[in-house]
Every structure is written in C-alpha cells, then in structure tokens.
Design a protein around this ligand. Structure first.
Ligand code: F6R
Length: 243
C-alpha cells in the first residue's frame, strides 16, 4: 500500500484525477469502479473540467458503482444513481448503457445482488476502483464484521454510517436503514485501487489503516493485502499517524 501525501482536499482531487485519466488512457475499454459520498466530488468535478478541455473521453468506459441505498428510486434526490448523474455522468460523453449501479428498489434484492456480480464478471475485471472510507473503516457499505469473502449483498447500515450520511437527508429518520453493496472480495479483485481520504474526522481511521491489524472489524485493513493500492491522504487525515 502506497501512501501519497497531499496538502488538502483540492490536491487530493487533482492527484486522483490525473491518476484516473492516466488509467483511462492506458487501458482499452477501461472498467472503472466508482464511489459516491463527499470525498470523490472534487475528483468528479476535475474530471468534468478535463473532459471539457478535451483531455479525456469516457466513450469506451464502463463503470460499476460500489453501492446504492435500498428503497430509494433512481430519481430520488438522495439515490446514488442521481448523485452519479448530477456529479459526473450528465456532463461527460459516457454511454449510459455502460453505467452500472445496484438497483435498490428491485423486487428481489437477492437476485439483484447476484445479477450485479454477474455483470461485473462479464465485464471481466475492474481496472481501477475508486474508494472512500467510512470513519469505522467501511469500504463500499461493507460495515465492520463483513466477511472478507463477501460478494454483492444487502447490508444493515451501521448507526455511525446513518448518522454521518444524515447530513444529506431532512432528518436521521429519513436515512435508509439498508443498502446494496459490492462485496470486499470483488473490491479486492480490482487490478488497481485508489483510496481517497481527506479531513481530520478520518484521522483515526487512517492511523488504524496504516498501523492497525488486518481484521474484519476494520474492513479497509484488507487493502494492505492488495498488490496495487494507492491511498491519497491529505494533512488533516494524517494528524494521528506516527511517523
Ligand atoms: C460511497 C461509499 C462509502 C463512502 C464512505 C465515505 O459509495 O462506498 O464507503 O466512500 O462512506 O463517505 P464520505 O466520502 O462522504 O466521507
């Protein structure tokens, strides 16, 4: 695991953007794994800027998002489908048939999970997976205790995750209690992983990622076993690292 230390959120987003464009331009028909949340918003903004400057095209890109809330329709203001459209897809030349997010309103959610894994398998691989990290070490919505062998599955969101995400909803009660998430085994099969971490509220999690043990109690710790992970981390998130 390589730590790339940057000053702040903007620098983190710039660095992630250039590594992502490099990957898109290096690989034929690239397959990207994407995340939502606050962390990658700056990255998506930069990608849109680079696209409008003609520095990158997404027309041959396939994407798989990590997760989606259960019970929110695609057009819901808080669905991750809507987030991705508004923050990235509406502004670039991606073909929407090549965009994938789990469907959190499928009648049969278990079949939807299988179907999602199947589609990833058909794509053959994820070339570059973008990740954020929860304060409890979750990646995707794989909360502490999720088996490292997990594939796409339905999760009960941890109280701390619902609370952290309540900033997007009118009240805590409105935050969905479940989500569908890509599993840890699938994330670990990505050829390359870029974990973005910014801000003091993540400092404890970064210290645990760098110095703690590899354990299902802290899902992100498994990334230490992956051969090609870059963690782009800003000063705020590094304050608790022993150097
Ligand atoms: C989002 C996701 C989550 C977030 C994590 C951090 O698709 O998979 O793991 O990356 O909750 O969220 P932010 O970036 O809002 O701090």
């Amino acid at each position: 695991m390589e730590f790339i230390k940057v000053n702040d959120y903007q620098d983190m987003s710039d660095k992630a953007c250039s590594l992502m464009i490099e990957a898109i331009n290096r690989v034929e028909n690239p397959v990207l794994g994407l995340a939502t949340g606050s962390t990658p918003e700056g990255l998506y903004q930069k990608l849109i800027e680079k696209y409008s400057e003609g520095k990158v095209s997404f027309k041959d890109v396939t994407t798989f998002n990590l997760d989606e809330y259960v019970g929110l329709k695609r057009e819901d203001v808080n669905s991750y489908y809507r987030y991705m459209k508004e923050k990235l897809f509406n502004h670039i030349d991606i073909e929407m048939e090549r965009v994938h997010l789990p469907n959190g309103t499928a009648d049969d959610l278990i079949a939807e999970c299988k179907n999602y894994d199947q589609k990833i398998q058909e794509a053959g691989r994820i070339d570059l997976q973008i990740l954020g990290m929860g304060i409890n070490g979750h990646i995707g919505f794989n909360e502490p205790g999720t088996p490292f062998s997990s594939r796409t599955h339905i999760v009960d969101l941890a109280a701390s995750t619902r609370e952290a995400n309540s900033r997007f909803f009118p009240t805590l009660e409105d935050v969905p209690r479940q989500a569908v998430t890509m599993g840890i085994a699938t994330i670990m099969e990505s050829k390359e992983i870029l974990l973005l971490v910014s801000g003091e509220q993540k400092a404890e999690a970064i210290a645990r990622l760098a110095e703690g043990e590899i354990s299902e109690d802290f899902p992100a710790s498994i990334l230490r076993n992956h051969p090609n992970v870059k963690v782009i981390v800003d000063e705020g998130a590094m304050i608790k690292l022993n150097e």
